[in-house]
Ligand binder design. Structure first.
Ligand code: AHR
Length: 861
């Protein structure tokens, strides 16, 4: 018996020995990143000698940027496994004294799925560099590092949260440890230095399948492009498809699926949707906005008058600068070309655009001893298109208003203020608005642009950003404080826009809410979660200031929904002209933030305060800038922990991503937080919109409809871009001072927005061919709109040939009037527009889908 037990023990040890034999070795090193943010990359070897990249070379498995307290980069990642086989990475935390960076993975088998970084502090007044670690005989993790002051330290830990007191060690000891732990390898003849760890079979498999990316399609599929479709599908001339609806399995879906996301980027607000025609009306432009801007930008003074920008006794402390002219004779004018750069040739945009017969409201604040001033609209040849006069003499600031009617249409007009006698005169808040704004609102929106947005039939509007809500400007937190964007225009606080220009905030919270009301969309304001944008390095509001910051957010809800008789904030709304509540239902907290401890602490505080005081408000959380990765996982973790109603996801991806990730939401937990896909777009080279980008998004939208029981809202991003003044492409709608140019992606959003439903009817598709990639490119989505009783069928054919589709919707009885809209073109077509026709169809019909097309059939009740 003893013998028997002994041989079992020997056998077990042998098994264990074999089990311990690594399947491969993992080399971990710092990604040689262009912008020097570093990051963690891997190489793999099956023999410990020859190394290759597990996916593509230098791919980052964990970003080294976006650290803590606004610091930019984490460097020198050192990866090791502790005694319990947990993975750790230690980093140099650059530009900050006393900290290191640390992260661990979700579980032991996974070297891909890194979790949120933490920043252990060691109380040393010097930057710590090159931390390394190994396991002691007792099973503790021993950490050693050096400092920029030339000292060397050792400490031990079990959990990387608590550490034993630092012990100074000699340089020799530290270097001896490094010699054992830091190795040099060659990857494609490139010399790299880093750490080497053995990988078990499971770990290797997970790494090879890209672990967390498992549900995301592989790169070779995602990178498929329409230009290769002819050869990809050569030999196929036509496809036959049978579509059968299963009305019994219908399900309720969100009736809020399609909305818009407005951010003042690409001159979307000032010079864009906001109808003000005078640029720098308040003389508040400054080099804080951009290095080349100043209070006189976009203004000039003709004639012999002397001018000065003054700040003493301004109209309001938020609006300090104004212009003072002093004239010895009446030969001068103050000139503004509007949102143009005529003053800075070669001009990319001409002057103010006016239309024949249209009326314009001029207003300004004035003071001085000149009795009368003319206001003139002149075209490029100096021809007066409109003229009026106003009494300009006043000891104190006074507001004057006159209306002008333009005699002609011109896109190259200047506004001139012409004092008619000698003396001194001061102007501020010089403004010119078309009377024809959207819904004729004063201080309103450009009618053509707002109408183009309204035609999307958005169910909600997210505003005012994006990065803009929690911007860092000039290294400082420059959050969009809603309180500074409401009330009298002259008292609003202009701020630098993080996209490199100036925000007047004439289009502020009040105007955003009015616009939502005007187009029947729910307002979705987004506020910073107490932390700044992660791109320049996350900064956070001091915890001692968080109660006030949280209160400001509660005040917004009060402003929007409160009773003016009892609430000071609601009274401000009423005084602006809206005594009725705006009926705010949603509020976004955070924008694709780094999900750090400081984020979670602040977000939780705000979330709990809103939940306690306004339980009816749906808070939208955030899950980082990508469809995977640390922030995505950690953001969802926070959302689930706090049971947040919705999570805002963002991803800008290749068109193929949408084709090969059609099941992305299929396994999302239907009982957990709902999804708001707040920013997405298909990006291709030169960042243009064309039929390829538009149809790939159409496919995604069809999948969002199919998952409309978990995806509650979505918005393409960004929305608006002024031609020649665009910081980010692609966008949904382009414009200049006179025209609007909707993109191909716009038409897709419009077709989905105008043809949304609240009930989804599943369909099955049978294709006459089985070649790889076909089924991902022929998609059908059927929804019913219970309000109108209409049924809508959307058919997408993203193939280079026609698809003949036999559709069986036998739940539709009898012939119905059908509105048919088709958007099609060559995959590279940037100008395609939808064509609408009318027909009659029954529940069974055959539809020939043109190559690269979206067909929408709306069956009238
Ligand atoms: O949509 C443009 C920018 O993309 C947004 O400001 C930001 O949220 C994202 O990174």
């Amino acid at each position: 018996m003893k013998k028997y037990i002994l041989s079992i023990t020997v056998l077990m040890s042998l098994i264990q020995l074999f089990a311990k034999e690594p399947s491969a070795w993992l080399f971990s090193y710092m990604s040689p990143d262009k912008d020097n943010r570093g990051g963690l990359s891997y190489a793999l070897s099956y023999n410990g000698k020859d190394w290759k990249s597990p996916s593509w070379k230098h791919r980052k498995f964990l970003d080294g940027g976006y650290a803590y307290k606004g610091q930019m980069k984490l460097l020198d990642p050192f990866v090791f496994q502790d005694a319990e086989k947990n993975w750790h990475v230690l980093w140099t935390a650059a530009n900050i004294n006393g900290y290191i960076g640390h992260s661990t993975t979700a579980n032991r088998d996974n070297v891909v799925n890194w979790m949120r970084k933490s920043y252990p502090y060691f109380g040393i007044d010097s930057q710590i560099t090159n931390p390394i670690a190994y396991t002691s005989r007792k099973g503790d993790s021993v950490v050693e590092f050096k400092t920029q002051d030339g000292d060397f330290y050792r400490t031990t830990t079990r959990d990387f949260k608590k550490f034993t007191p630092l012990k100074k060690i000699s340089q020799r000891d530290y270097e001896a440890s490094c010699a054992k732990l830091i190795k040099n390898i060659k990857l494609d003849s490139e010399e790299l230095s880093g750490s080497i760890n053995p990988l078990s079979e499971e770990q290797l498999e997970i790494l090879k399948a890209d672990g967390e990316w498992k549900k995301i399609a592989s790169w070779d599929k995602v990178s498929q492009r329409s230009k290769d479709d002819e050869s990809r599908f050569s030999g196929i001339e036509k496809l036959s498809v049978n579509v059968k609806a299963d009305a019994k399995s219908k399900k309720k879906i969100s009736d809020m699926l399609i909305g818009i996301f407005f951010e003042d980027l690409n001159y979307a607000a000032d010079g864009g949707l906001y109808a003000e025609l005078v640029q720098n009306r308040d003389f508040e432009y400054s080099n804080r906005d951009r290095w080349d801007l100043n209070p006189m930008s976009f203004w000039s003074v003709s004639g012999s008058a002397k001018h000065e920008v003054k700040t003493d006794s301004p109209i309001h402390e938020n609006n300090k600068h104004y212009i003072s002219l002093s004239l010895d004779k009446a030969d001068s004018a103050l000139v503004n070309y509007g949102y143009s750069d005529k003053e800075n040739p070669p001009a990319k945009t001409l002057g103010i655009a006016v239309k024949k017969g249209q009326k314009y409201n001029f207003s300004c604040f004035v003071k001085g001893d000149i009795a009368k001033t003319d206001v003139v609209l002149a075209d490029a040849k100096g021809m007066e298109l409109a003229k009026a006069s106003f009494n300009s003499s006043s000891k104190d600031w006074k507001k004057v208003e006159v209306a002008l009617t333009s005699k002609d249409t011109s896109g190259d007009v200047s506004l001139k203020l012409v004092p008619l006698s000698k003396g001194e005169i001061c102007f501020d808040m010089v403004s010119l608005f078309p009377q024809n704004t959207f819904k004729n609102r004063k201080n309103g929106l450009r009618a053509d642009l707002a109408q183009t947005l309204a035609e999307l039939s958005p169910k909600f509007v997210r505003f005012p950003g994006g990065c803009l809500v929690h911007a860092i400007s000039g290294g400082e937190m420059n959050f969009y404080n809603w309180k500074d964007s409401v009330g009298a225009l002259e008292a609003r606080k202009p701020i630098p826009n993080c996209w490199g220009y100036h925000q007047t905030r004439g289009l502020g919270y009040y105007e955003f809410f009015l616009f939502c009301e005007d187009i029947g969309a729910e307002p979705l304001p987004v506020l910073a979660a107490g932390v700044g944008c992660q791109n320049p390095g996350q900064q956070a509001i001091d915890m001692k200031d968080m109660p006030q910051y949280t209160q400001d957010i509660l005040d917004l809800i009060e402003w929007a929904n409160g009773d003016p008789n009892t609430s000071k904030w609601a009274k401000l709304r009423a005084d602006s002209g809206h005594p009725e509540p705006f009926n705010l239902k949603y509020i976004g907290i955070g924008n694709e933030d780094l999900i750090s401890d400081q984020f979670e602490e602040r977000f939780t505080m705000i979330y709990k305060a809103i939940k306690e005081k306004y339980p009816e408000i749906k808070v939208v959380g955030t899950s980082g800038p990508f469809a995977e990765g640390v922030d995505y996982r950690e953001g969802w973790k926070v959302a689930k922990k706090l049971d947040i109603p919705l999570v805002d996801e963002h991803y800008y991806v290749a068109p193929g991503w949408f084709l090969y990730n059609q099941n992305y939401y299929d396994d999302y937990d239907r009982k957990g937080p709902k999804v708001y896909l707040g920013e997405y777009a298909a990006h291709i080279e030169n960042r243009i919109n064309n039929i390829e980008t538009a149809l790939s998004c159409a496919i995604h939208l069809a999948n969002l409809e199919r998952n409309g029981d978990v995806v509650e809202m979505s918005s393409y991003a960004p929305l608006l871009a002024k031609r020649n003044y665009t910081q980010w492409k692609p966008d949904l709608i382009y414009f200049d001072n006179s025209n609007v140019y909707p993109s191909t992606d716009y038409y897709v959003q419009k077709l989905f927005g105008q043809n949304s439903g609240d009930i989804y009817i599943p369909t099955t598709l049978e294709l006459s061919e089985e070649r790889d990639g076909l089924k991902e490119r022929v998609i059908c989505s059927v929804v019913c709109d219970s309000k109108s009783g209409d049924t809508i069928v959307k058919l997408i054919n993203m193939l280079p040939f026609e698809s003949e589709v036999n559709v069986d919707l036998s739940f539709i009885k009898g012939k119905k009037d059908v509105v048919k809209t088709v958007l099609s073109g060559d995959y590279s077509d940037q100008d395609a527009k939808p064509k609408e026709s009318r027909t009659k169809l029954g529940g069974r019909f055959c539809e020939k889908l043109p190559p690269y097309s979206l067909t929408v059939l709306r069956f009238k009740k």
